[in-house]
Design a protein around this ligand. Structure first.
Ligand code: AMP
Length: 485
């Protein structure tokens, strides 16, 4: 199967060949013809399967081959994502695949100033990528009109529901015209997702590709047993002695992510934390630094890391196992992407036996545990309950390590886990806060020449005008190689 056989236009095929894509992935081969046909789709696919191109390519083709009914640029495709990072990444994909088309796309999400987004929207946009909260802010201010939407995509719908966006999604749906094409992408299918699909989709075609945990044979999964108080020390040693240059590390809590990043940084391993309490500016800078190789270790919580697409990520480390076994699959999906080799290492202490068993059930196989010389677990250490943090306040409880008097770097992280935000997504919706801009004090984007990464993250993405000049944002994109370039 080739992209040509899927019926994609020459301009899109050119962008794909510039990306070096030779063949469609299974989700693309299945989804593209159905979406081109105008049908609703219910697709089961995770990040890493090529799902973004799976919906973006046919969406671009449909919009570029059918003129807007109103005769002017209006929002004709809406792509909703759960997180800002995923929105930025999808926006980049739209810009990349649509670079030879006469279509304008932009991204809106919270945590950055709203005014640059409004300016961009005023200039006219065909494709909007958005997180639900900021989208509704725009709708209520009258800066976004969704009445001309022809195609709706819900990307990572399961995560959107996990994050408590169902009410926002309902409000968005109420703004859309009755007649439209709906595409729902989800990694998992809970009863809630099925109920949403039932309400949203009209005679959908169901597409499911192999789950990443069964497909990702390219990811070597290892478990190292170690005491909870020595995890940080072991991790620092592994990164240093094996000369790992780009490592994504997962912790269970935001507080734990901060502390581990500080510990590694002090140990001379440049590290940054990325989680829901960080301003958008800080998150963007951390991710950009990590992609460029300035930051060697990115410490992330599950929600912050959702959707991160970092090419050729060789090492993913579970500093702590996730409370929800499915998150393990998402985490390790960050490595070994698009056919490349990767290693996923889990540091497991005596408290985490049950979590490990749950994960093994989900992935359908045992993960043999290893022990490193010098880091053998102390058999006299008894398991302690894992904080699930619900109802706890950040910093409201002393950390495990502090209570146990463990080593500085070995303190198990305390504080509130990111999952405690279920039903209460971390997002900035207050216009007053928006007016202040990014909490790190970054100036927002106001003109095309500005190169501050925060401004790029504000979503001002330019799909090149066909036959037009490569100026403005697209010129900037080519210098920086994309919003997170
Ligand atoms: P996604 O699942 O959409 O997050 O995509 C995962 C990764 O696969 C991204 O880095 C894409 O750029 C890459 N990708 C998507 N489609 C293809 C393809 N047909 N061939 C090679 N790489 C691809």
């Amino acid at each position: 199967m080739t992209f040509e056989q899927l019926g994609l236009s020459a301009d899109i095929l050119r962008a794909l060949s510039e990306q070096g894509y030779t063949r469609p992935t299974p989700i693309q081969a299945q989804a593209i013809p159905v979406i081109l046909d105008g049908k609703d789709v219910l697709a089961g696919a995770q990040t890493g399967t090529g799902k973004t191109a799976g919906f973006t390519l046919p969406l671009l083709q449909r919009l570029s081959t059918r003129p807007s009914k109103s005769g002017r640029r209006t929002i004709r495709a809406l792509i909703l994502t759960p997180t800002r990072e995923l929105a930025a990444q999808v926006g980049e994909s739209v810009a990349t695949y649509g670079r030879h088309l006469d279509l304008e796309a932009t991204v809106v999400f919270g945590g950055v100033k709203i005014n640059p987004q409004i300016q961009k929207l005023k200039r006219g946009v065909d494709i909007l990528v958005a997180t639900p909260g900021r989208l509704l802010d725009h709708v209520s201010q009258g800066t976004i009109d969704l009445s001309q939407v022809e195609i709706l995509v819900l990307d990572e719908a399961d995560r959107m529901l996990d994050m408590g966006f169902i009410h926002d999604i309902r409000k968005v749906l109420a703004q859309l015209p009755e007649r439209r094409q709906n595409l729902l992408f989800s990694a998992t299918f809970s009863g809630e997702i099925r109920a949403l699909a039932e309400r949203l989709l009209d005679a959908p075609v169901s597409i499911e590709v192999a789950r990443r945990n069964t497909a990702a044979e390219s990811v070597a999964q290892r478990v190292l047993r170690v005491d909870r108080g020595r995890k940080a020390e072991l991790l620092a040693w592994l990164i240093g002695s094996r000369d790992w240059r780009q490592v994504l590390v997962f912790t269970r809590t935001k507080h734990g992510a901060n502390r581990l990043a500080q510990y590694l940084d002090k140990a001379g391993l440049s590290a940054s934390a990325i989680h829901g309490n960080k301003s958008q500016g800080a998150r963007t800078r951390a991710l950009a630094g990590f992609k460029k190789g300035d930051i060697r270790v990115l410490v992330a919580t599950d929600i912050a890391a959702r959707g991160l697409d970092i090419d050729q990520l060789p090492h993913v480390v579970n500093f702590e196992l996730p409370n929800v076994a499915e998150d393990y699959v998402h985490r390790i999906g960050r490595t070994g992407r698009a056919g490349r080799e990767g290693e996923a290492l889990s540091l497991v202490c005596v408290d985490e036996d049950r979590l490990l068993r749950d994960i093994e059930k989900v992935i359908g196989r045992r993960l043999p545990a290893e022990v490193l010389e010098g880091y053998e677990p102390d058999p006299s250490i008894r398991p302690e309950p894992i904080q699930n943090g619900r109802g706890q306040r950040a910093g409201g409880r002393r950390s495990e390590g502090a209570r146990r008097g463990g080593r500085p770097g070995g303190k198990a992280p305390g504080g509130r886990p990111e999952r405690a935000q279920v039903g209460k997504p971390a997002r900035v919706r207050s216009p007053a806060r928006d007016a202040q801009g990014d909490v790190d004090g970054n100036t927002p984007n106001t003109d095309n020449g500005n190169r501050d990464p925060v401004m790029l993250a504000s979503g001002d993405i330019k799909v090149r005008r066909k036959g037009g000049k490569q100026g403005g944002q697209s010129g900037r994109r080519s210098r920086r190689g994309g919003a997170f370039g």
